[in-house]
Design a protein around this ligand. Structure first.
Ligand code: NAP
Length: 281
């Protein structure tokens, strides 16, 4: 019998705990945690993600400030806005929605976010602190995956984790978090040779590749823990980066798609903003 790592259920439970914490903070200090979201340009998917983040803030009693900037925004204009939010004592977290238009230097803008407000875990400094095991807000998707694994008491120490993907927001921080949890970690990417053979050795597989069902079911070792960060809409709902049909016959635990990793990402953003607000008073 395979354990379902139900991110939707855990995120719902966490929301009610966060609501209590937000209420307690309001009672104690009169302050309401505020997340500032910055959306540059008119990408409809990004607009939807920002809206979902604002809605999640409201569900736990937080506020959000929604900053919208035009498609032709320059790096300097975006930096000026980030600085303004850095200097606003009422703002506890800043989310710059990725990706920004190509004329903007995204890395420079991410790194301009005050480390105390980097609740999305996107700065180099935050990544470095996390990698060194120092206090830091983790990048939300991998951090949410870690919360989900911990919640279900998935044993990590000594296990061989194979992370497929090495992006700055997902694959790389995921690998460091698993390493810090004493996994033996292999990171795979587009130049990796013999991907199937490597995945077949994994006790824990993380699909963070952005290609529908690239990782095949018959690559998964019997009893492995399967984590799928991908989501690709289909006529029947959606698929992830891992072929999940029938996975319950192989995996000891797995994240469903949808309803596994996805809900944990926004929940982690909210959780880290509440933490930032608690620390700031
Ligand atoms: P990304 O920036 O496009 O990175 C994809 C990674 O996969 C890259 O490191 C790339 O290697 C690697 N890759 C591509 N083709 C490969 C292949 N054939 N074999 C092995 N590795 C390959 O994507 P991302 O932002 O990390 O996102 C990855 C997935 O997670 C996507 O499905 C995305 O939708 C999902 N995601 C979900 C959430 C959420 O909230 N649930 C958040 C973020 C991302 P190179 O580095 O060599 O190019």
């Amino acid at each position: 019998m395979s354990l379902v790592l139900d991110g939707r259920a855990y995120a719902t439970q966490m929301e009610s705990e966060l609501k209590t914490r937000v209420e307690a903070l309001k009672q104690k200090t009169g302050a309401t945690p505020i997340l500032a979201t910055i959306l540059v340009g008119d990408d409809p998917a990004s607009a939807t993600y920002v809206k979902m983040k604002g809605n999640a803030c409201r569900r736990v009693g937080m506020d959000s400030i929604k900053v919208e900037m035009p498609q032709d925004t320059t790096t300097e204009q975006l930096l000026a806005k980030i600085n303004e939010l850095n200097n606003n004592p009422n703002v506890h977290g800043i989310l710059l929605q990725h990706p920004v238009p190509s004329q903007i230097d995204e890395r420079v803008c991410f790194d301009a976010i005050d480390i105390k407000k980097d609740v999305d875990g996107v700065t180099c400094l935050g990544f470095g602190n996390m990698a060194m095991g120092e206090p830091a807000y983790g990048s939300c998707t991998p951090q949410g995956i870690m919360y989900l694994l911990q919640k279900h008491n998935i044993e990590l120490s000594g296990k061989h984790a194979v992370v497929v993907g090495r992006s700055a927001i997902l694959g790389k921080p995921m690998a460091m978090m698993l390493l810090n949890a004493n996994c033996t970690v292999t990171i795979c990417h587009s130049k990796t040779q013999n991907l199937a053979e490597i995945v077949k050795q994994a006790d824990i597989v993380v699909g963070a590749v952005g290609k529908p069902e690239l990782i095949k079911k018959d690559w998964i070792k019997q009893g492995a823990v399967v984590v799928d960060a991908g989501f690709h809409p289909t006529e029947n709902g959606g698929v992830g980066d891992i072929e999940l049909a029938g996975i319950e016959e192989i995996a000891s635990a797995y994240t469903p798609v949808p309803g596994g990793v996805g809900p944990m990402t926004i929940n982690t953003l909210i959780r880290q903003t509440v933490e930032s607000a608690e620390k700031s008073v």
